[in-house]
Design a protein around this ligand. Structure first.
Ligand code: NAD
Length: 361
């Protein structure tokens, strides 16, 4: 079986970690008798330099037609029209579900003995909708007047304002996705995350929708938790959680918190799933200060590659990569500075060690 997959190497440390992931995926593919043709495309700073656009149409076309992409982190050049190329990419391609597993590997120093949870984040709306009104602008004054007239509440005249749209349809879609994900991945417990005690209409709608959807899945335990309480519970008893389903902003913050529980950003993979296509990428950014030094941890991008392989149905190849990564981390001999600061291995050395463990003949 042959696959064509879009590869966006990205900016900063992106090309280094993407190269590591591609080598691991290619090695696992060889072992399991399939091959991948990588269709290399660009986005972000590199695309700006090459093509004068941070999100070239050619890149979008490739992702749409291949249906699957592996992406290194990208830098959004300041003042180029988009607040974030990543957010724009997810919205343009309708990648409504962001899946971020956080699993504690043996060998990783941690305050906890067991963490194995998944954050499922709504990816298209909430405060990330990008609807903001700047301080001192005509539209902002008009909005302040409108709010005053309709609600009797006065927003300070020197305010900037952001809108937080939460829809029943997007909430339903993400919660249904979370339940399907839990069923497919044998997970038993979903917690919906909200602040409905304060945001009664927006988070209230998310919570009510989640409760309605949950009623259709009696075999999966469902509960809900207020975001502040959840943060406290996560750092004291992370073993109590399995799947967290969240509106966009809470999901973004919580997934970095969960990455911290299991050893940091260098270990955190993610998937962005839509109806017609999916992008797999590390949670971390392009970390310009480490770029070109062959020193960052490739694990997050390699594990994103494993998520990609699960997505295309190559579970055995994905499991081989997960096992090989687990072995290398557990041994702690050939690992990067974030895991072993006293005797750090290079990105390429850690990658080679993982490939060695894949058992490719
Ligand atoms: P960052 O994730 O790039 O770096 C934060 C710190 O985390 C780094 O200084 C480093 O110490 C550590 N780190 C990150 N990745 C690591 C790895 N693989 N191994 C070891 N340590 C690692 O976040 P930032 O500095 O806030 O953002 C830098 C740029 O990345 C910005 O332009 C931002 O917009 C962009 N960004 C892109 C994405 C994406 O493409 N998905 C995500 C987040 C940030």
């Amino acid at each position: 079986m042959d696959y064509t997959i879009t590869l966006i190497p990205g900016d900063g440390i992106g090309p280094e970690v993407a190269k590591s992931a591609v080598s691991c995926i290619d090695a696992a593919a060889k072992k399991h008798n399939f091959s991948i043709k990588w269709d290399t495309q660009y986005a972000g700073e590199t695309a700006m330099k090459k093509f004068g656009s941070v999100m070239p149409e050619k890149t979008l076309k490739s992702i749409r037609s291949n249906g699957v992409a592996l992406k290194g982190p990208i830098t959004t050049p300041i003042g180029e029209g988009f607040r974030s190329v990543n957010v724009e990419l997810r919205q343009t391609l309708g990648l409504y579900a962001n899946v971020r597993p956080a699993m504690l590997f043996r060998g990783i120093k941690s305050r906890y003995s067991k963490v194995n949870l998944v954050v499922i984040r709504e990816n298209t709306e909430d405060l990330y909708a990008g609807i903001e009104f700047d301080v001192g602008k005509k539209h902002t004054y008009e909005l302040i007047e409108f709010v005053d007239k309709k609600t009797g509440k006065r927003i300070k005249i020197d305010s900037a304002i952001a809108l937080k749209p939460i829809s029943a349809s997007a909430s339903r879609k993400i919660v249904e996705f979370a339940f399907s994900y839990a069923k497919a991945n044998k997970r038993k417990h979903i917690t919906a995350v909200h602040k409905a005690n304060i945001m009664k209409f927006t988070d209230g709608l998310f919570l009510r929708t989640a409760e309605n959807v949950a009623a259709g899945f009696p075999s999966i335990k469902f509960d809900s938790m207020i975001i502040d309480n959840l943060c406290m519970q996560l750092v004291t008893k992370p073993e109590n959680f399995d799947v967290l389903v969240c509106p966009n902003l809470y999901g973004d913050i919580l997934s970095d918190l969960c990455a911290g529980l299991v050893g940091g950003l260098g270990l955190a993979p993610s998937a962005n799933i839509g109806e017609g296509c999916a992008i797999f990428e590390p949670v971390h950014g392009s970390s310009p200060k480490h770029a070109g030094k062959n020193e960052v941890n490739p694990t997050a991008c390699i594990l994103s590659g494993a998520l990609l392989l699960h997505h295309i149905g190559q579970d055995r190849a994905a499991q081989d990569i997960e096992r090989a990564v687990g072995e290398v981390l557990a041994e702690g001999r050939v690992v990067t500075y974030d895991i072993n600061p006293k005797k750090p291995a290079a990105t390429t050395e850690m990658t080679a060690e993982i490939i060695n463990r894949l058992g490719v003949k």
